[in-house]
Design a protein around this ligand. Structure first.
Ligand code: C2E
Ligand code: MG
Ligand code: MG
Ligand code: MG
Length: 287
């Protein structure tokens, strides 16, 4: 009887695993088709310079719009894309599309605007990654100093020697390098010293409770002070309230990004925003 029960639960278990595997495979197939059928879209979110109030950079954030599944956020498919290698063609599409868009915005505007693009580990570790970047810059006719690449600590950690070489080459070309989600990974300050990183982006999990949690306030302040002593800029992610903005202004962060400034939105919305006001909002800075 026990044996029977055991067998049943085993069967139940395998059925569950099979269902999960089938779902996984179905999603993978959909993702494969999504590339061919052009189901990806880029949203853009501005990063505001704290001193001038100007939009200095725009981050491209991918969305997947599937006819059956609807709008899918990157956290739901980027890990799968990474695992299956589909991130390579997807990442290529992102770079190409975002750089082309940045070229248009820079032609329409009188002041320089950078495009910030999230890289994935596999993409960054491609042997011909530098050539890929160079080719895209050439094809889209975008100046290298308008391109900002966002990496995470773990991506650099995976292979420090190769990463250092790639980053040095990107810097030499004139690209900007940002360390994304700072504070969530290994966060060894040694990287800041060793690697040519221009900007540290403090993860929104620290920014969220900055005005109520003294520990988060202390961490954010310490990271900012430390980054500044190492001559790096600091951008705070996930700024949603005036209180957060005020706090960040007081500790002297260089840039802010978040719903309080602007939600991520399709290119047309951002074009309109740029036409309406070069400076995103002077009122935001009247703290
Ligand atoms: P990330 O690079 O840290 O991007 C910031 C995330 O925070 C975005 O989520 C953005 O929509 C969200 N966000 C912006 N302002 C606020 C705010 O005020 N409050 C809160 N709670 N969230 C805010 P999203 O667009 O869902 O992207 C999630 C992650 O997916 C990104 O995190 C990035 O790591 C990854 N990702 C997005 N686009 C791409 C891409 O083209 N390629 C790769 N490899 N990864 C991407
Ligand atoms: Mg990012
Ligand atoms: Mg990121
Ligand atoms: Mg982030």
């Amino acid at each position: 009887r026990a044996k029977e029960k055991g067998k049943n639960s085993y069967q139940f278990f395998t059925t569950e695993i099979n269902a999960a595997a089938a779902e996984h495979l179905a999603l993978e197939n959909r993702l494969r088709k999504a590339i061919a059928q052009g189901e990806f879209q880029l949203y853009y979110q501005p990063i505001m310079d704290m001193e001038s109030g100007a939009i200095v950079s725009v981050e491209a954030l991918i969305r997947w719009v599937n006819p059956e599944l609807g709008l899918i956020n990157p956290d739901k498919f980027i890990p799968l894309a990474e695992e299956t290698g589909l991130i390579i063609p997807i990442g290529e599409w992102v770079l190409q599309t975002a750089c082309a868009q940045a070229k248009i915005w820079n032609q329409e505007n009188t002041y320089p605007l950078r495009i910030a693009i999230n890289l994935s580990a596999r993409q960054f570790q491609q042997i011909d990654f530098l050539e890929r970047i160079l080719e895209i810059l050439k094809k889209t006719d975008l100046l290298p100093n308008r391109l900002e690449l966002e990496l995470t600590e773990s991506m650099i950690m995976d292979n420090m020697e190769a990463s250092l070489e790639t980053l040095n080459a990107l810097k030499k070309m004139g690209c900007q390098i940002s360390l994304d989600d700072f504070g969530t990974g290994y966060s060894s300050l040694a990287y800041l010293k060793r690697f040519p990183i221009d900007t540290v982006k403090i993860d929104h999990s620290f920014v969220r409770d900055i005005s109520t949690d003294p520990d988060d306030a202390a961490i954010t302040t310490a990271v900012t002070t430390m980054a500044h002593s190492l001559r790096r800029k600091v951008v705070a992610e996930g700024v949603e309230t005036r209180e957060q903005l005020e706090f960040l202004d007081n500790i002297g962060v260089n840039g802010v990004q978040g719903y309080f400034i602007s939600y991520p939105a399709p290119a047309e919305n951002f074009t309109r925003l740029l036409q309406e006001r070069h400076y995103i909002n002077h009122d935001l800075l009247r703290l």
